[in-house]
Design a protein around this ligand. Structure first.
Ligand code: HEM
Length: 267
């Protein structure tokens, strides 16, 4: 079958400078320059990078008929992740991953730092929101059959994103280092230890020593704020690349009609 190549979508009108027409009041004065500033800045960057082709490829895509609010759940999950990344950066400015200082540093953020309670609340509640959204998004793609050919790889990447998101919640839970997070994490690590084959190794890796202590806390912190967010960001990039490349699935109740048969059926 010949490969169908769609022409690149046109540059949106808002990004083009207005044309000069006879009788127009445009005279190239400072007001006109100010009006065209956005377009000129985009042109300046584009002339040097040719990024606009890629940006148009990513953003101006054809979407199937019947696309609805359920299709926003993936982007909502992504924004929940961005919220976690941004609020996490601010929390890390105050957090101290040592067993004697961790609780006190979080108490300081909550009660004394400027907007600390707000930022911590956004991070804490944001984690729950992200977990709820990721499950809703997964349910949407499952019930719309979006895991089938040619999107199997995107489903597999999605499964990795789900596991990493759960691991993010698990490692974050220990960080306040209060009684509840300490004992809940011991229970969680022990449950991991009961897993087949890798369980005991995973247990040792997470505990980072014979007992729960300073090394465990700093290991959880490193996994929580460096390892997993890095992996999540890279995998979300791959996930979105495949979404842009393959397009999204039409809702199952709006499947395209069967194409006309290519030749007459021979009786
Ligand atoms: C951090 C987590 C995730 C983010 C940020 C994310 C983001 C997105 C976005 C923005 C889309 C396109 C719009 C949409 O369909 O909602 C999408 C599509 C898709 N996602 Fe995710 N996703 C995540 C997790 C998952 C998980 C856990 C699965 C399944 C196990 C999954 C499977 C898929 C599939 C199969 C598609 C293609 C949908 C289609 O073609 O209609 N994603 N994702």
């Amino acid at each position: 079958m010949p490969k169908l190549k769609l022409p690149a979508p046109p540059v949106p009108g808002a990004l083009k400078p207005a044309p000069r027409r006879p009788g127009s009041t445009r005279n190239g004065g400072p007001l006109d320059v100010a009006k065209d500033a956005g377009a000129s800045a985009v042109d300046w960057v584009d002339e040097r990078t040719s990024l606009s082709g890629g940006a148009r490829w990513l953003m101006f895509r054809k979407i199937p008929k019947g696309t609805n609010w359920f299709y926003t759940l993936g982007s909502a999950t992504m924004f929940a992740f961005l919220n976690q990344a941004i609020t996490g950066v601010f929390l890390s400015m105050y957090y101290d991953p040592s067993p004697t200082r961790a609780y006190e540093s979080i108490r300081y953020v909550t009660n004394e730092a400027f907007l600390g309670e707000f930022v911590r609340g956004m991070h804490k509640w944001g984690s729950t929101v992200m977990v709820i959204l990721i499950f809703l998004h997964m349910a949407r793609t499952f019930f719309f059959g979006a895991y089938k050919y040619p999107r199997e790889l995107n489903w597999v990447i999605g499964v990795a994103l789900l596991i990493l998101t759960m691991a993010m919640s698990f490692t974050g839970y220990l960080l306040p280092f209060d009684q509840r997070s300490y004992w809940a994490t011991i229970v969680g690590v022990n449950i991991n230890g009961t897993g087949p084959l890798v369980g005991p190794y995973l247990n040792d890796f997470l505990r980072a020593g014979p007992d729960f202590g300073a090394t465990t806390l700093s290991r959880f912190y490193a996994i929580h704020m460096l390892l997993i967010p890095g992996a999540l960001a890279a995998l979300i990039g791959a996930h979105l690349y495949l979404v842009a490349k393959l397009g999204t699935t039409a809702p199952p109740w709006l499947r395209a009609e069967d194409p006309e048969p290519l030749r007459e059926e021979v009786a």
